[in-house]
Design a protein around this ligand. Structure first.
Ligand code: TTP
Ligand code: MG
Length: 361
């Protein structure tokens, strides 16, 4: 047994809406929707907790949210403003913890294991951090504290809003056991349906199943899901910079002519395999594929395509890349370089956006 870790997940409450309230105190306590206009078929970025009482949620069409809560005040998002507040919060988190991993604009993991001698001590530190965010900046947040990231994340969800949830070390699986399987990171509608169809409803149903049975049901992600369901997750809080894009390129010894595109397609597949190796290792799932083409006269152009849902196979990347080259190049075009970039990632940890569903057939 390795020594215990103290991991905190700090997530701001109704972040965009809370910033709007700080900027205009008359909005406090009111139902707010931050999102685009219903005329332009806008969606809700976030709803204040007062609006959530009426059923308004992130990603819902604004028109639908206004039907649920006609008195809600609709505010256009001000991303620059939110980014400034986010930077202030992240600054505090960095100061207070030696290992810090920002997950999104309003959420970060802190590893307090080095700094703290006991869970009690970690509770004091995490409380102090929550208080600083409130007093120094004025924003409410929720904190989950546990021995690993998955449990800290779920604990935080259950603390919202403005809460603090500590899962004592050793009690991870007890905390999880009665929760719905959908609370586990990565379980989307498809996985839920498949697991429900064999009677799995609570996390303990997954915890008590054999990894073999889970793998039969949902493929290779069964193993990791079994670990999570038992309250285990040894992934580190990693202060590595967030990867924004992964690229590979090839310069030719002598220019090549596009012709029927076959040679370029073969190169695209090779570049894709190089990129895919990193993408896979880092558990990243891109939505944007770009190709860079340098002609024999050094003119360089880039073409990109963004797809609706995360790309989970190298074949999908190479198909998009060769489609982009096909749309761009003429048979007589001569090239000296071709590059491939994937970007716009959703990470494994951003569970609400990526689910094991992506691996189901
Ligand atoms: P979240 O932390 O998911 O949501 P939240 O902070 O509004 O509410 P809470 O954490 O209390 O549940 O996202 C942070 C911000 O990111 C959110 O304020 C707005 C933005 N966002 C979107 O623009 N679209 C989305 O679909 C989601 C989920 C969030
Ligand atoms: Mg939040």
């Amino acid at each position: 047994m390795t020594s215990s870790r103290y991991i905190a997940l700090v997530d701001l409450d109704a972040f965009y809406a809370s910033v709007e309230v700080l900027e205009d105190e008359t909005l406090r306590g009111k139902p707010l929707l931050i999102g685009g206009s219903p005329q332009s078929r806008g969606v809700v970025a976030t709803a204040s907790y007062e609006a959530r009482n009426f059923g308004c949620r992130s990603a819902m069409p604004v028109a639908q949210a206004l039907k649920l809560c006609p008195d809600a005040i609709l505010i256009e998002p001000k991303f620059e403003l939110y980014k400034r507040y986010s930077n202030q919060v992240m600054q505090i988190l960095k100061q207070e913890s030696d290992i810090f991993q920002q997950m999104s604009i309003d959420e970060a993991y802190l590893d307090l294991s080095k700094k703290c001698t006991s869970q009690k001590n970690a509770i004091e530190v995490a409380f102090h951090i929550k208080a600083r965010i409130h007093i120094d900046i004025g924003l409410p947040c929720s904190v989950g504290l546990a021995s690993n990231k998955v449990v800290a994340k779920i604990a935080c969800e259950y603390a919202k809003p403005n809460g603090f949830n500590v899962i004592p070390t050793g009690e991870e699986s007890i905390f999880l056991s009665e929760l719905d399987i959908r609370d586990l990171p990565g379980i989307g509608p498809k996985t839920t349906k498949r697991l429900n169809s064999v009677g799995f409803r609570k996390i303990s149903d997954i915890a008590n199943a054999t990894p073999k049975k889970l793998t039969q049901l949902i493929g290779s992600s069964g193993d990791v899901l079994h670990k999570y369901a038992n309250g285990n997750d040894d992934s580190p809080v990693s202060s590595e910079r967030i990867t924004k894009s992964i690229s590979a390129e090839r310069t030719f010894n002598s220019d090549i002519t596009y012709n029927d595109g076959k040679e370029i397609d073969t190169l695209v597949v090779r570049l894709t395999n190089q990129v895919w190796e990193s993408v896979n290792r880092k558990k990243l799932f891109p939505r944007t594929v770009s190709v860079k083409l340098r002609y024999s006269d050094f003119r360089t152009i880039s073409r990109s395509k963004t797809v609706d849902s995360e790309i989970t196979s190298n074949k999908a990347i190479s198909d998009i890349a060769s489609e982009l080259t096909k749309q761009t190049l003429y048979p007589s075009d001569r090239l000296r370089l071709i590059g491939l970039t994937v970007s716009n990632f959703y990470t494994h940890a951003r569970s609400s956006q990526l689910s094991f569903d992506n691996f189901l057939n």
